[in-house]
Each structure stands twice: as structure tokens, then as C-alpha cells.
Ligand binder design. Structure first.
Ligand code: C2E
Ligand code: MG
Ligand code: MG
Length: 690
């Protein structure tokens, strides 16, 4: 140790001592081996020893007792050995109370004259807090770097100071393009400037702001961002920085929009769905109440949609619905509500239509627009709607009531082939209740064997001999008595029961035919009616084949009667089915000819054998020359095309004569007999047989 001369240096020495005693840094001298020679009170305090003696005496092994990682002392010694000094040597050390702190040391070797190391002397600073801050900063920096939200920091002059990688990714700017630049670079437009001013205003007042804004990427393309801004005050307590976090919510926005759309619109046709239609109708009612005006509600249901769907496939069905939606849009005003309730049901609500005629006129206009076929997969499909009309305020003052009543009227129209448009009338409500009853009963009727077949003879027009019979179904309702097919066949079609009923009818008619034959009632044939959905049912050909085998019915004696409507839906498919039926050997007949869409020219393409002229043509025969000529022309043409002709609904001798003169081969009608039960039929036949 250096000896300091006492006299000359007393003053200075006491000054140095004061510095040593009062310094805030710890000051020490240690042996190379690791013992404290001398320490100041500050070091004792840093290391939590009660006094300097406690430290110099109590701590004898710096490496083992002080350093948390003892090898740090070796590092320290190595640097001393090599450089003679260490600076800012950081280490973790144990304090006397066992707690751990971070220190930084600056030290040097004190050497003897020979250059040998006498001891070390140095200073110690407790940097635990700084270390913690650094750690914190590292952590925050990591967050800043890796967080998914974009972060932008600007100073109080609105100059960009930092952006994180997420911000770069979202905005497609690179940091260098932004840092040091005014914030304007991100919001160049005028509108953005006033927006920014208002945001800053609030920011200064409240210290934060959050909201959504449309921002622009580097490329100029816009995106919706969720923004949140916060101020960071400087030491002087005034805002020094603003932190902007932003996330790109364009995708979420789009999804929200899509969900909103899905909840309100029918995805297939893009028309308002039931929910939105009802809501808009409610709004229209409120407006009509104020203006004391009227609303017409049209309820449309497509005829034969099921046939298209079943016969041509769901894609064709979907396409038809899309085309119908388009057509409805094109024949209504922009202000009208056009919606789809589901299935093949559409709604049109037109405000400012007063009086019952208003809705009726619109309905006819709509109907007229359906006169052109829809082209699907290159095929022409005819599909007319049945339309029910209800009016506000007369038929109801809520959307639900108006829709229900328009639905009732639609149903009435559906039942009535001659009147595709019906305006609501109160009695339709009770009819609907009856209908529900009947539908329930119908479901049980087959199992309870409540159906019976009646037979109506067809006679040779020259000899009036019975040559054939048409089987017509009757329902013996336990309470209502005989129910005519007109009251339940269409209902059975709707609820799908027609397939089972039709199969029963077919089997029963064939069985009866064979029974008669065994009894000597020799008919050439028997005919059975097929409704459209039976005809379009894929199982039809198999069912017919199976029943022929089961009953041993000669196929040539079975005649199937079909209406034109069933075939007009999809001609190509109809031709295939007819061909398959014909291949079984059965005869095919077009029922109610002249009432549907078809012309004789188109009949030519169908593989059929018989045309049945509808009762409506026969009815006026003899009353006017024109009717006789029309019927004459039909018969002549049908004959030329190779079809047999049957006239139905023959009630008078005059009609029979005219038809016979026109070369109509067979006649059917009340003139000869009403439809009768099988027993009565056999008796009818008896005299002819004799
Ligand atoms: P349709 O096949 O055209 O049957 C002829 C209808 O005209 C029968 O009515 C018959 O009773 C009636 N009719 C016959 N001659 C005369 C006449 O001289 N004057 C008048 N005014 N009417 C006459 P019905 O039995 O009430 O049958 C009505 C319709 O119900 C049938 O028309 C047919 O389309 C359908 N239908 C009847 N039975 C069946 C069945 O088993 N299956 C299917 N799918 N439909 C059936
Ligand atoms: Mg018939
Ligand atoms: Mg008929």
C-alpha cells in the first residue's frame, strides 16, 4: 500500500476521505484473491451490510459469496490481468440479506514497483433498476415487433417516429418511407385532414381516441381500419408522442356485411327473404296509414315447379327460380317490394294501388309476363304462377294478415285452373280450415280403404256398344260421404299422397278388369288417370310394370290418361317417359285435350295413341257452326297424325251425332252413363253383351 506523507497532505487527505466516505458509488480495494481491504459506507449500503467492517470482515470470498455466478470473478480477474482495467463490468451479486441485485463495476489494478499486482481498486454502482427498465424495454420492443396490430408513433409535431412491422404489412409502406415524415403522408386527402383534426381535438382533450376509419395503403387502395390513439406525456406533462394502433378490419367488415345480407336476402335469387319482405311490408303499411293510401299484396306460387325440380334436377329448379325472380323484377316498379318466401313462393307488394282493381291489374300484368317460356339448359319451360291478391286496408292491417290472406287467395287460384288470379274473399278462410281437415283425413284414407273406383263406359260412336271404361276414383269419407276427385286430387298432389293413391287406383283398375274378364264382361280396355306428379315420378314405369305382372293384365288393354300440363313442363323428358311406358305395351292417351298449352303440331312429337277432346269443346257442339268445325278439324288432324279420338262429356244425342259424323271413334258422357260402381257397370254391360 502507498504511504501518504501525513504533514503535507493532511488537508487533501481529509478532502479525499470525505469523498470516499460520502460518495454515492461504492468504492473498494480488494486483494486479487478476493477479500475486501477497504470499502466505503456506500458499498456497505449497496451490499446491505450494516457497516464497512462487517463487509471487510464478513465477506472473505468474493467469487463464492458475492457473485451469483462465481465464474464472473474469473472473468473479472482475466480482464484485469490482460488490460489492467475493467469498465462497466456487469454482474449479479448477492446482498447480505440474500437478495440479488445487478451491479456495474469500474476498476483497475494497482501495481508494485516491479509491476506485480498489489490489489484492485474500483467503484460499484447498483444498476438493478436500470436493468429492470432495460428488460422492460426489450419486452416492449418485442411486443412492438411481433404484435399483429400495426403501431405508429408520432411526436407532438405529428412527425412519424416509429412504425412496427405489422404497420408496414398492413399499409404496405416501408418504415423508411414514413419515419421522419409528417403524418400527412398517410392521409393525403382533404377529408382525411378534417377528420384528423377532429380526432386530434378529442385526443388532446381526453388523452385517447378510438374508432373506425377508411385508410389507404401505399398503393392507394382503401381499407377499413380499427384505430386507437393515445397520448404519451413528456417530462413536462404535455403530450410528447401519440401512439396509433391500427388493425385491418376490411375482411371482418365484409363478413359482417355478408352475414347481414344472408339474414335478409335469399341467396339464390338475391331477393329479400321472408323476414325482410315482412319488415318492408310493415313499413309500407305505416306509410300507407299516414298517406291514407292502399297496398296490394300479391302471393305467387309457381304451377308445376315441383315437376321441374323432380324431373330436371335441382339445378334446373334453382335456375328457374332465378329467372322467375328476374322476370318479377322486370315487370314491377323499383319501389315495389319483390321477395321470395321460400320454395316456389314469391311476394309482390305495391304501394299506392287503391281499390280491388289495382292488385288485379298488376297480377294480370305479372301473369302476362310469364307467357314467354323460361329457357333452362337450352330447353323451353312453361311455368305459370297462381296468384292470390290481398289489399291493405280492406283485407288486413298487418303484414302477417295480408300475407296470410293473399296466400288463401293464391290457394283458391291454384284450385281453379280457369282462374290463375284470385282476389281474397273472407269465405276462403273457412275453405282453408276444411282443407286442413281433409288433408289429415286423406292421410288415413288409404289405410282405412276409403277409396273406391267408379267406371264410366266409352262407347263405339257408330254402334254405341261399350268398348272400354274409364276408372274414376271416389272417396267414401266416413262423415262427408262421397268426395269427388276434384276436391281431393290436387290436395293429394300437394302433400305427396297422390303417388300411393295412384298406385292403388292402377292396381284396383287392373284387378277389376281381370275380374270382369273372368266373368265374361269383355272390354277391350280400361283407362286410368295419371296426375302430373305421378307422371313425373321416376318410379312410375316400374310401378306400372310391376302391377301388370301382379295382376296378369294384358298391357295392350291398359290405357293411361295424362293431361297436357304434365308434359308441357319438359317435353324432352316427357317423350322419354312416354317411350318407356309404351315399351311396356300400354296405350297412352292425352286427356282434356285443347285446354292446355299444346297444339296438335307438338302432339306429333309425343308417342301417344289417343286424344280425348275436352268436354268444353263438346258442350257447345250443335249450338254454333264454328264449334262443330273446330272439333271437326281437330278430329281430322288427329286422325291424320294417327291418333284415335275420344270425345268426353257427351250429354246429348245431337252431340253424339255430330261427333260420329266427324269420324270420332269413341264417345263418353252422361248420355250413355254416369260413372258407376263396378257392380252397376257389369249390369250396364249385360244388355250390350246380349
Ligand atoms: P277426367 O279424367 O277428365 O274425367 C272425366 C270427368 O268428367 C269425370 O269427373 C266424369 O265424371 C266427368 N264426366 C263424364 N261425362 C260427363 C258428362 O257428360 N258431363 C259432365 N258434366 N261431366 C262428365 P270426375 O270423376 O269428377 O273426375 C274429375 C277429374 O278427376 C278427372 O277428369 C281426372 O282428371 C281426375 N281423376 C279422377 N279419378 C282419378 C284418379 O284415379 N287418378 C287421378 N290422378 N285423377 C283422377
Ligand atoms: Mg280422364
Ligand atoms: Mg277429361
Amino acid at each position: 500500500m502507498n504511504e501518504i506523507a501525513p504533514h503535507a497532505t493532511t488537508d487533501i487527505e481529509s478532502q479525499y476521505r470525505s469523498i470516499f466516505e460520502n460518495a454515492v458509488e461504492g468504492i473498494y480495494q480488494t486483494t486479487v484473491e478476493g477479500r475486501y481491504l477497504r470499502v466505503n459506507p456506500a458499498l456497505a449500503k449497496i451490499y446491505a451490510y450494516p457497516n464497512t467492517d462487517a463487509l471487510t470482515k464478513g465477506l472473505t470470498d468474493i467469487a463464492g459469496q458475492l457473485y451469483v455466478v462465481p465464474s464472473r470473478r474469473d472473468d473479472f480477474k482475466r480482464i484485469m490481468q490482460e488490460a489492467g482495467v475493467v469498465s462497466e463490468f456487469e454482474a449479479q451479486v448477492y446482498r447480505a440479506d440474500g437478495s440479488v441485485i445487478w451491479i456495474t463495476e469500474n476498476a483497475r489494478c494497482v501495481r508494485g514497483i516491479g509491476g506485480e499486482i498489489l490489489y484492485y481498486e474500483g467503484t460499484v454502482e447498483d444498476i438493478t433498476r436500470r436493468k429492470a427498465n432495460e428488460q422492460q424495454i426489450r419486452l416492449l420492443a418485442k411486443v412492438f415487433e411481433s404484435v399483429g396490430d400495426g403501431i405508429l408513433i408520432v411526436d407532438s409535431g405529428l412527425t412519424v417516429r416509429a412504425v412496427n412491422p405489422a404497420f408496414e404489412a398492413i399499409t404496405q409502406f416501408i418504415a423508411d418511407e414514413l419515419i421522419g415524415k409528417p403524418l400527412d403522408i398517410l392521409a393525403p386527402g382533404y377529408q382525411e385532414k378534417t377528420f384528423m383534426a377532429s380526432v386530434l381535438d378529442e385526443l388532446m382533450q381526453r388523452g385517447h381516441w378510438s374508432g373506425e376509419a377508411t385508410c389507404r395503403r401505399q398503393t392507394g387502395s382503401p381499407f377499413v381500419a380499427a384505430l386507437s390513439l393515445a397520448t404519451v406525456n413528456g417530462a413536462d406533462d404535455v403530450p410528447a408522442h401519440f401512439i396509433v394502433t391500427c388493425s385491418d378490419i376490411s375482411f371482418r367488415k365484409k363478413q359482417e356485411q355478408r352475414i347481414r345480407h344472408q339474414a335478409n336476402y335469399d341467396l339464390l335469387t338475391q331477393l329479400p327473404n321472408r323476414w325482410l319482405t315482412t319488415e318492408r311490408l310493415e313499413q309500407a303499411i305505416l306509410a300507407a296509414q299516414r298517406h291514407k293510401s292502399g297496398i296490394a299484396v300479391l302471393y305467387l306460387d309457381l304451377n308445376g315447379f315441383k315437376q321441374v325440380n323432380d324431373g330436371m334436377g335441382h339445378q334446373a329448379g334453382d335456375e328457374l327460380l332465378r329467372l322467375v325472380a328476374k322476370r318479377l323484377k322486370s315487370c314491377t316498379r323499383l319501389s315495389d317490394i319483390v321477395g321470395r318466401l321460400g320454395g316456389d313462393e314469391f311476394i309482390i307488394c305495391a304501394a299506392d294501388l287503391t281499390g280491388a282493381r289495382g292488385g288485379l291489374n298488376l297480377a294480370h300484368k305479372v301473369l302476362y309476363s310469364f307467357a314467354d317460356p323460361f329457357v333452362i339448359n337450352g330447353r323451353e319451360i312453361f311455368c305459370l304462377p297462381s296468384i292470390g291478391v290481398a289489399h291493405y286496408p280492406g283485407d288486413g292491417n298487418t303484414a302477417d294478415l295480408l300475407l296470410r290472406n293473399a296466400d288463401m287467395a293464391m290457394y283458391a287460384a291454384k284450385q281453379n285452373k280457369a282462374r290463375p288470379v284470385m282476389v281474397f274473399e273472407p269465405h276462403m278462410l273457412s275453405a282453408a280450415a276444411d282443407r286442413l281437415d281433409i288433408e289429415n283425413d286423406l292421410r288415413r284414407a288409404l289405410a282405412r280403404q276409403e277409396f273406391v273406383l267408379f267406371y264410366q263406359p266409352k262407347v263405339d260412336s257408330s254402334t254405341h256398344e261399350i268398348v272400354s271404361a274409364e276408372a274414376l276414383v271416389r272417396w267414401q269419407h266416413p262423415e262427408k260421404g262421397f268426395v269427388q276427385p276434384g276436391s281431393f286430387i290436387s290436395l293429394a298432389e300437394e302433400c305427396g299422397l297422390i303417388i300411393a293413391i295412384g298406385e292403388w287406383t292402377l292396381r284396383e283398375a287392373c284387378t277389376q278388369f281381370m275380374r270382369w274378364r273372368a266373368d265374361g264382361v269383355a272390354l277391350k280396355s280400361i283407362s286410368v288417370n295419371l296426375s302430373p306428379s305421378q307422371f313425373l315420378d321416376r318410379g312410375l314405369v316400374d310401378v306400372v310394370k310391376r302391377i301388370l305382372t301382379e295382376t296378369q293384365m294384358p298391357p295392350g288393354s291398359l290405357e293411361l290418361e295424362l293431361t297436357e300440363g304434365a308434359m308441357a313442363v319438359d317435353i324432352e323428358q316427357a317423350i322419354t317417359t312416354l317411350g318407356n311406358l309404351r315399351a311396356l305395351g300400354v296405350r297412352l292417351s292425352i286427356d282434356d285435350f285443347g285446354t292446355g298449352y299444346s297444339s296438335l303440331a307438338y302432339l306429333k312429337r309425343l308417342p301417344i295413341d289417343v286424344v280425348k277432346i275436352d268436354r268444353s269443346f263438346v258442350k257447345d257442339l250443335g249450338k254454333s257452326d264454328a264449334d262443330s268445325q273446330i272439333v271437326g278439324a281437330i278430329i281430322a288432324l288427329a286422325d291424320r297424325l294417327g291418333f284415335n279420338v275420344v270425345a268426353e262429356g257427351v250429354e246429348t244425342g245431337e252431340q253424339a251425332n255430330i261427333l260420329q259424323a266427324s269420324q270420332c271413334e269413341q264417345l263418353q258422357g252422361y248420355l250413355f252413363s254416369k260413372p258407376v260402381g263396378s257392380g252397376d257397370f257389369a249390369e250396364l254391360f249385360a244388355p250390350a253383351k246380349a
